[in-house]
Ligand binder design. Structure first.
Ligand code: CDP
Length: 231
């Protein structure tokens, strides 16, 4: 048995509960949690505010030129398993979860220069290991050497239902059809883009949680982490 720290990469489709798993694993092992999607969302919010993206059309060159002006910071509070995302010093955690950002984030995330800047930030956060990071390319591009990788998925309908319930519970009025359409569209863009497409790393463990409860999936994931920490 050791108390060495590892890097845990959790990739998968949108809205399949990666962040929930990642936070719970981080809490269990005293690791840092990092939601890489929040970074792409923050860049997208900047682009929306500066009219560099609208209806999924990105002003690519202008956004690339603006990258040095976009400072993103994520603060994680382990006691409450929550994090806040800051864009140039402003807390934008709420705003980056709303539909206008969700509808424009995948096109923004196809831009190789945007990805390079985010990956640089993500690698820095992983320098000391002891981190659980969730995203699309964590096991394939950001930390190909991660000691443990998961690839999480579930059917699009089930993911849309979960996202719908989550937003409704927060008091937001949303349409199920719109959410489902957004999930399917993001799956398509994320999987077919040229720069770091969403794909399972060869050495990732697959978790299809369509028919699992939160407790069941967490038990399975924690079992795998404990096994990995033994050697
Ligand atoms: O919360 P949800 O799973 O729906 O998405 P997210 O993790 O917040 O990521 C939002 C979007 O950012 C994704 O649909 C991807 O287009 C992009 N993303 C990415 O390209 N690479 C990552 N490592 C994380 C997110």
């Amino acid at each position: 048995m050791t108390n060495h720290k590892i890097i845990i990469a959790i990739d998968g489709h949108s809205s399949c509960g990666k962040s929930t798993i990642a936070k719970a694993v981080a809490a269990r092992f005293g690791y840092i949690f990092m939601d890489s999607g929040a970074m792409y969302r923050a860049v997208t919010l900047y682009a929306l505010r500066h009219k560099l993206v609208a209806d999924g059309e990105v002003k690519r060159e202008e956004l690339i030129n603006a990258l040095p002006q976009i400072k993103i910071e994520i603060r994680y509070y382990p006691e409450i398993q929550k994090s806040d995302t800051f864009l140039n010093g402003e807390n934008v955690e709420q705003e980056i979860r709303q539909l206008p950002v969700s509808q424009n984030v995948s096109p923004v995330a196809t831009i190789a220069e945007v990805r390079q800047a985010m990956v640089k930030l993500q690698r820095k956060l992983g320098e000391n290991k002891g981190i659980v990071m969730d995203g699309r390319d964590i096991g394939t591009v950001v930390f190909p050497e991660a000691e443990l990788k998961f690839f999480v998925t579930a059917s699009a309908e089930i993911r849309a239902k979960r996202r719908f319930d989550e937003l409704t519970a927060k008091g937001e009025t949303v349409s199920f059809a719109e959410i489902l359409q957004n999930i399917q569209e993001r799956d398509r863009i994320d999987s077919t883009r040229v720069a770091s497409p969403l794909r399972k790393a060869d050495d990732a463990l697959v978790l299809d949680n369509s028919n699992l409860t939160q407790e069941e999936q967490l038990e399975w994931v924690i079992g795998k982490v404990e096994e990995r920490l033994k050697f």
